[in-house]
Design a protein around this ligand. Sequence first.
Ligand SMILES: [Zn+2]
Length: 205
Amino acid sequence: MIVLHYTGMRDAEAALDRLCDPSAEVSAHYVISPSGEVWSLVQEADRAWHAGAGSWCGIADINSHSLGVELVNTGAQPFPEPQMRCLEALLTSMMERWNIARHQVIAHSDMAPERKEDPGPRFDWRRLDRLSLGFCPDGMGDDLPLAGSLDAIGYPEADADKRLQAFRFRFLPTAQGPEKEADRRRADAVAAAFRAARRDQPKSC
Ligand SMILES: [Zn+2]
């Protein structure tokens, strides 16, 4: 898997200071600045401490099963074009090296909906999907219970509002307020697409 983050910090220097500070006990494989500079902090074959507690698709020890990429962004800004292009090049090479499928590229908020909001609603998952570097399938399905669809997509058990928020960040970023029929229909379509993607690649999550 690959987990995408934002640093939540004002600039690359502050983020690099924190990620290189042993007492902070956080690290990531890569950091990408808004202007498209990339720093490799941890070898891809080594485990980085970027994901923390959470799970995705039943896998709890995400740090042992993933590469972590930090995008320098406070969370309130758009992700600039040079940063996105750099991310896309990096994803292309990592996915090829480690045989990672597009549906195995996830948000930090996907695996830890109660704790994390990154990379947030401003991150363009549809753009990655168009390039086959991420998964944000189109469409609306049936009006089925939301919890079952979110379980099928891979979300861990969590507070219902937080799970809905994490789902919306990625798949319905303009939605707000309490759960609506559109959330349920969208989640059913996304769940069906994940099932199909995992069927095509049985050993993947
Ligand atoms: Zn994160």
